[in-house]
Design a protein around this ligand. Structure first.
Ligand code: BG6
Length: 485
């Protein structure tokens, strides 16, 4: 693993929720592991008029909460030495001059500007960084999602950021790509000779990708109102997972080799427009129900949500990939809040045996590969085996790979990996501009179709697997969702 060179990391929105919940604890962990070089500063920037001491005290509390048992006062004392705070109103160019002065002390260091702010501030911050002479060759900028609200706004951000930084300096985060389990998908596909000959339309019947959450909108009602599940989860996380499942083998793990292949998948997604978008999608919105025995309110009762809101908290889609490898294979994508279980999984259903030699009561079931990403990481391959006894009765049995049992090392959070990759200058797990663009080009017609057809979300009770129409969508193809099998 390449060494981390001396760095100054400036976190805009440094006092905000993401910084406190994820970024600072991630950096703390990496400091504790000895992965950060001694000459590494973390400078939180925000518009709040607080002192460095106050900031450090806030950050300490956040680390105590989110690092949990691994938190240590001694480690904290050394980590806190790295922390600094500077008041910057991101909309005021003049506020960037003191920042330039602070960074000017170490002009040769790697500079990372992490924009953990709303996307409305991205272009302004980049311009001000440029004007303050901070967009130097050794600078990198990290953009958090959501990267815009639609194709136009995403293109606007990308265009404006590109006026200041070149593409190899821009790190667009999709935190799903930093998850250990998602990288394991790459290992599974390209580190084993077993799957590749079967990984195509001849052997695979359908693919299902589910990102189900038990949480609701977690106090972010007003943000979520203007977003919805398609923009929040499908445009980025789900499509990125789909790319990794469906892409051709890249020639290497280099950033552009991988990103070129992902882009081809995004561009080959069968367009869902007009009526076909309506027929191949299901929108849902949760109503009050119970999650593991605890009552929870419906979406319309959440703070910041309009009483007649039509924002979807669930979406299921059927799509295809128009390539020789995948033509005709349905890909079912689904995500939702307040679902029965928290699970992120990819299910690959293989085709049936071409001819069964067994009796009708013992027909072999198609093989199934279940790759679970969350909450526990594992791979199960269902094979048919003979049940003990005199009769030839077949039963599906899982070959089970449990990563928690196999690897006992601490499981790093996605942000740890992504922050370290950024410090090391590794772009493979970050989205390139054309990927973001292609994803929006596919998503936008679905949003348009919903609007034009006045498609209202179907309600589902919190704590279930979504509206009945979701099962019907998969049922039309003659299939069912994994949990219904
Ligand atoms: C975020 C979405 O990108 O991902 C949230 O904005 C969602 O709405 C979250 O809850 C899910 O991430 P994870 O890592 O908890 O699966």
């Amino acid at each position: 693993m390449s060494e981390v060179k001396p760095f100054d990391m400036v976190i805009f929105g440094g006092n905000g929720d993401l910084a406190m919940r994820k970024l600072i604890p991630a950096l703390y962990h990496r400091h504790q592991d000895g992965a950060l070089c001694a000459e590494g500063r973390i400078i939180a920037a925000s518009r709040h008029d607080i002192s460095r001491d106050d900031y450090v005290a806030n950050a300490r509390e956040a680390c105590r909460t989110y690092v949990g048992e691994a938190f240590s006062d001694t480690v904290w004392a050394a980590f806190a030495e790295r922390l600094d705070y500077i008041r910057v109103d991101a909309t005021r160019e003049a506020d960037f001059l003191p920042l330039a002065e602070l960074l000017g002390a170490y002009p040769e260091r790697t500079r990372v500007f992490y924009l953990s702010t709303g996307p409305a501030l991205f272009t302004g911050i980049c311009h001000h960084l440029g004007a303050a002479g901070l967009a130097t060759e050794n600078a990198r900028v990290v953009l958090e999602k959501p990267l815009g609200h639609d194709l136009d706004s995403a293109e606007h951000i990308n265009r404006e950021v590109a006026r200041v930084f070149t593409e190899h300096q821009i790190y667009r985060i999709d935190h799903y790509l930093g998850k250990e389990a998602v990288q394991n998908l790459i290992a599974l596909r390209f580190g084993n000779a077993l799957f590749e000959p079967l990984w195509n339309r001849s052997s695979i019947r359908d693919v299902q990708i589910t990102l189900a959450e038990q949480v609701g909108v977690e106090g972010r009602g007003s943000f979520y109102e203007g977003t919805g599940a398609l923009r929040d989860m499908v445009q980025n996380h789900l499509l990125q997972l789909l790319c990794i499942i469906a892409m051709e083998p890249p020639t290497s793990i280099n950033p552009d080799a991988v990103r070129d292949e992902k882009l081809k998948v995004l561009r080959a997604l069968h367009p869902l427009t007009g009526r076909s978008a309506i027929e191949n999608s299901v929108r849902g919105q949760y109503k009050a129900g119970a999650i593991e025995g605890t009552s929870v309110p419906g979406y319309l009762e959440e703070d910041g949500v309009a009483p007649d809101s039509t924002t979807e908290t669930f979406v299921a889609l059927k799509t295809e990939i128009d390539t020789w490898r995948w033509a005709g294979v349905p890909f079912y994508l689904r995500t939702g809040k307040r679902m029965q279980e928290r699970v992120a999984e990819v299910v690959v259903n293989f085709r049936e045996v071409p001819h069964s030699i067994f009796s009708e009561s013992s027909m072999p079931m198609p093989n199934r590969l279940v790759i679970t990403l969350q909450p526990d990481e594992g791979v199960e391959l269902y094979l048919m085996a003979k049940a003990p006894g005199d009769d030839m009765q077949l039963r599906p049995v899982a070959l089970n790979l449990d990563f928690a049992q196999t690897f006992t090392t601490r499981k790093a959070d996605a942000y740890e990996r992504l922050l370290m990759d950024c410090l090391r200058g590794k772009l493979t797990l970050f989205m390139r501009r054309d990927e973001v663009d292609a994803a929006w080009r596919w998503i936008e017609p679905i949003l348009d179709a919903w609007e034009q057809h006045g498609d209202r979300p179907k309600t589902y009770t919190a704590g279930t697997w979504g509206p009945a129409a979701s099962s019907a969508l998969v049922g039309r193809g003659g299939y069912c969702w994994h949990e219904e099998a």
